[in-house]
Design a protein around this ligand. Structure first.
Ligand code: OGA
Ligand code: NI
Length: 297
């Protein structure tokens, strides 16, 4: 059993759209290939991010997350424990890449020099791909193409870049990269370097996700699970560390702005058979309750 792969270059758009919808219903995670983002751009995105993480600690601290910040942006070294008490260790960098009004360049690395240009270029391409996929997913719910993007906040939807940096680790039983979780946002687009380590769960079996160099992993998050009234799965997944190699991944989280309220899409809630399965939430409250493991429904 493997995570589905959808080839977006297939000229039959209906077929492609249906494959994306089916993968989102049954898995909540899939890989897209021939997606229109130039492989060379993805290669450069990984190159500039890797170069940043290889800089001395003092250089990286230049974009550190401020101690008193209530937001996620910035560079950080983080330890946490998962449910089994294993240590989770990952260095990461967060910065928004869209919309321009929400971009703070103070959290974008100044080195390497082309970091900014590459990330801006990636943001533009990824937004197009993301909107296409959101349109297909809206149609898969029997709705207008714009339904999901509007429900997520339309023009105010944010794209948050994260770079995860997992150093090699020999003791796989003691340390894990990212504990089991579902993503809290609408939908996530992830690329990674050659060290494999992303695992998805299907019917409680852990499955290694085998991505190709320029393939993009798409992960449906909690917001789309709830906005689709449960039709689309939010995939449980985790990241393991490699024994010898440094593993780096670049998820981009597409999400509402913090003050936006989201709920099962109103157009879906017609007739008595379609009662909403989830409560509406202001995104920041939803994020907070999930983080604190408070009940959500
Ligand atoms: C995440 C995540 C997986 C990975 O940061 O939410 O799931 O492969 N990362 O690093
Ligand atoms: Ni995740």
């Amino acid at each position: 059993m493997d995570v589905p792969i959808v080839d977006l270059s297939n000229p039959n758009e209906d077929l492609v759209a249906r494959a994306v919808v089916k993968a989102s219903e049954e898995w909540g995670i899939f890989q897209v290939v021939n997606h229109g983002i130039p492989p060379e751009l993805i290669r450069r995105l990984k190159e500039v991010g890797t170069e940043f993480f290889e800089l001395p600690e003092t250089e990286k601290e230049a974009v550190a997350k401020p101690e008193d910040s209530m937001d996620v942006e910035g560079y950080r070294t983080k330890y946490q424990k998962d449910l089994e008490g294993r240590n989770a260790w990952v260095d990461h960098l967060f910065h928004r890449i869209w919309p321009p009004s929400r971009v703070s360049y103070r959290f974008w690395p100044k080195l390497p020099m082309d970091y900014r240009e590459v990330n801006e270029d990636y943001a533009k391409h990824l937004k197009k791909l993301s909107e296409k996929i959101m349109e297909w997913l809206s149609e898969g719910l029997g709705l207008r193409r714009e339904a999901l993007i509007e429900g997520l906040g339309g023009e105010t939807v944010e794209y948050l870049m994260k770079i995860n940096y997992y150093p090699p680790c020999h003791d796989q039983d003691l340390v894990i990269g990212a504990p089991d979780h579902t993503d809290v946002n609408g939908i996530t687009f992830l690329v990674a370097n050659e060290a494999l380590g992303l695992q998805a769960f299907k019917d409680n079996h852990g499955i290694d996700v085998k991505y190709t160099t320029s393939g993009i992993i798409v992960i449906v998050g909690d917001q789309f699970h709830r906005m689709s009234n449960g039709k689309y799965m939010s995939a449980k997944h985790r990241a393991t560390m490699d024994k010898e190699k440094t593993r780096i991944s670049w998820p981009v989280f597409v999400e509402s702005s913090l003050d936006h309220e989201f709920a099962p899409l109103r157009e879906l809630i017609t007739g008595e058979d379609n009662a909403p399965k989830f409560k509406p939430y202001v995104y920041k409250d939803f994020k907070f309750r999930k983080l604190k493991k408070l009940p959500l429904d």
